[in-house]
Design a protein around this ligand. Structure first.
Ligand code: 2P0
Length: 324
């Protein structure tokens, strides 16, 4: 009744931005990510007869807030699938700088889904595991696989056709992602709230829905062809469109800070100087920069010099779920 799993986080090149069904997390658009080797979560789940509730430890500290309710809510689904009533002790170690505002929900829910289903004796294939993981956190359903991964939105309202599909392995193409950590960051609008507000109120949201399927088709061809400039420029443009929708929301908001914009401008300047580098930004102020291995030292050095940048953490394409 005990199992341990490891999952890596992922960065969306085509963003998931909006839900058509909140309770079971169905997205309004298909999207695509790259799993990263630099950030991971290792989770052990142990179901025990003697427990009267779930106990969730994150980095060895007992968690008793909304995060633990999300974990328990997810385990309720696992228990219902298995037809078992037992509670669990959960130990999660996050190798993600959460304090720096990096999303750990992707690696966190992917590792939790893998470890809990194995511990309780469910034998799920990767598609079934992705469908279950999606209901913990949308972006987590992509972290079941390594490399380049598409989350197909599906059409059914029961969510049975909304899951991740690997489109190119991590060994298909060695591109790099630098995670640029900014010093002053406190996220004011969570991604959940930000998406909801944008879907409900932003007149720009229709434009997002219209353009994103085109971005997705084009980037899949570019990834297949290993066309870096095309891949990077589509990812950067798609990120800009996502962030543009937040400016149209009511009340309007942005995840960007002054340093966010300085990093964006530096990346664009690097391109003018002949270094192919592109940025993407999630629901927070930190920036991720895509580049090729040959440019690593130049790009890293340049990013580290920007005022307000605390750290630059480099990732390669990473693996999917593994069991330890
Ligand atoms: C993504 N984000 O594709 C997008 C881009 C943020 C911006 O997925 O509500 O934590 O748990 O499904 O997955 C962040 O949202 O949201 C996210 P829930 P999640 O990576």
């Amino acid at each position: 009744m005990k199992a341990t799993a490891k999952a890596h986080t992922n960065i969306a090149l085509i963003k998931y931005w909006g839900k058509r069904n909140e309770p079971i997390i169905l997205p309004t658009n298909s999207n695509l990510s790259l799993t990263l080797d630099g950030f991971s979560t290792v989770t052990t789940v142990h179901f025990q007869e003697e427990l009267s509730s779930d106990e969730f430890f994150l980095n060895d500290r007992l968690v008793e807030d909304a995060a633990s309710q999300r974990v328990t809510g997810f385990l309720d689904k696992v228990r219902a699938m298995a037809g078992k009533e037992m509670y669990a002790r959960i130990h999660s170690l996050n190798h993600v700088p959460t304090a720096a505002g990096f999303a750990s929900s992707a690696s966190g829910f992917a590792a939790l889904a893998a470890a809990s289903t194995k511990a309780i004796g469910l034998e799920l294939n990767d598609t079934e595991l992705s469908i279950l993981t999606r209901q913990g956190s949308g972006s987590a359903c992509r972290s079941i696989y390594g490399g380049f991964v598409e989350w197909q939105m599906g059409e059914k309202e029961d969510g049975s056709d909304s899951y991740a599909v690997p489109i190119a392995s991590k060994d298909h193409w060695d591109i790099r992602v630098a995670a640029v950590v900014l010093s002053a960051t406190e996220k004011k609008v969570s991604s959940r709230d930000g998406m909801r507000r944008t879907v409900e109120t932003s007149p720009f949201y229709d434009g997002w829905l219209k353009q994103t399927p085109k971005d997705l088709e084009e980037i899949k061809t570019a990834i297949h062809d290993k066309d870096f400039e095309k891949t990077g420029s589509i990812a950067e443009a798609n990120c800009m469109r996502m962030h543009a929708t937040t400016l149209g929301a009511n009340p309007p908001f942005t995840y960007w800070q002054d340093t966010t914009m300085r990093v964006m401008q530096n990346v664009q300047q690097m391109r003018e100087e002949g270094i192919p580098a592109y940025f993407t930004i999630d629901a927070g102020p930190n920036v991720k920069v895509l580049y090729l291995p040959k440019d690593e030292s130049k790009v890293k050095q340049r990013l580290e010099q920007i005022m307000g940048v605390e750290d630059v953490i480099v990732s390669k394409p990473g693996k999917g779920i593994s069991y330890l």
